[in-house]
Write a protein that binds this ligand. Structure first.
Ligand code: KIV
Length: 279
């Protein structure tokens, strides 16, 4: 029997996929059973995103998410994954203080949680220096430009970025600077598809789009959005492939009804003592 880690997705595989024009499939996961399903379905990159805070932990945005929460959930994911490349997302304020602290936090994803790399939002000059330092410390880094949810208080609201020429140029330059700083891939979030196509053509590293149209080298979605297991606002770019919220709601209501009426548990779901003669 072949070792499943023989087929494990690596960064060189992702670069080859871009060169061959093969699309990269990425999804978020935050727990063991979901990560098992994604890995068995052949997803290439499992991102333990800080969207965790909104879709699983009930925060209003991603700002409150802590390093400890990210590590806890990344560990659950890496326990399940054999093939996919698991990437941990650096939460807000895990990289805003010193370079030493940033590297210490990033390395926790690899050393404690078993991830293969980290993702970090933004491309300011200071951020680029931090990325260079992390790459120098052998930490694979994925970039993230366009809409960067950790900047919510600065931006005021989540909206498409780069519709105007000036901002589009900045996003394109940011992605190129990230490539120069050593990231192995870059997330393009919520930008016009024409801009995503331009960035994708300019970079040697893969672009992974979310709300960035079909011309990226790969796509990522938040798992809970994909399966219809998230509450609240549903952005235009989300395609729901299932309606788990309805399915789970119906299952729970049926269970409650059966408990109240004594239908559950029945014979099939109950045990008996051994009879005297059987002892
Ligand atoms: O936190 C997250 O899940 C992300 C993806 C949406 C790219 O950053």
């Amino acid at each position: 029997m072949s070792d499943p880690t023989d087929r494990a997705v690596t960064i060189p595989h992702l670069l080859k996929k871009k060169a061959r024009g093969e699309k990269i499939v990425a999804l978020t996961a935050y727990d063991y059973p979901t990560a098992l399903i994604l890995d068995e379905a052949g997803v290439d990159i499992v991102l333990v995103g800080d969207s965790l805070g909104m879709v699983v932990l009930g925060y209003k945005n991603t700002i409150p998410v802590t390093m400890d929460e990210m590590i806890h959930h990344t560990k659950a994911v890496t326990r399940a994954v054999r093939r996919a490349l698991v990437i941990g997302d650096m939460p807000y304020f895990s990289f805003h203080q010193t370079e030493e602290l940033t590297i210490a936090n990033a390395s926790r994803f690899l050393k404690e949680a078993g991830a293969k790399g980290i993702k970090i939002e933004g491309a300011s000059k200071k951020r680029l220096r931090l990325i260079e330092a992390m790459v120098e410390a052998e930490i694979p880094v994925m970039g993230h430009v366009g809409l960067t949810p950790q900047s919510i208080h600065h931006l005021g609201q989540f909206k498409v970025r780069g519709k105007e020429t000036g901002e589009a140029r900045t996003i394109c330059a940011d992605a190129q600077n990230l490539e120069r700083a050593g990231v192995f891939a870059v997330i393009l979030e919520c930008i016009p598809q024409e801009l995503a196509a331009r960035v994708t053509a300019k970079l040697k590293i893969p672009t992974i789009g979310i709300g960035a149209g079909p011309h990226c080298d790969g796509q990522v979605l938040v798992f809970h959005d994909l399966v219809g297991y998230s509450t609240g606002y549903n952005p235009k770019f989300v395609k729901r492939y299932a309606d788990l919220q309805t399915v789970i709601g119906q299952a729970v209501r049926t269970y409650a009804e059966e408990v109240r009426t004594g239908v559950f548990p029945d014979e099939t779901h109950s045990y008996h003592r051994k009879r005297r003669a059987e002892r």
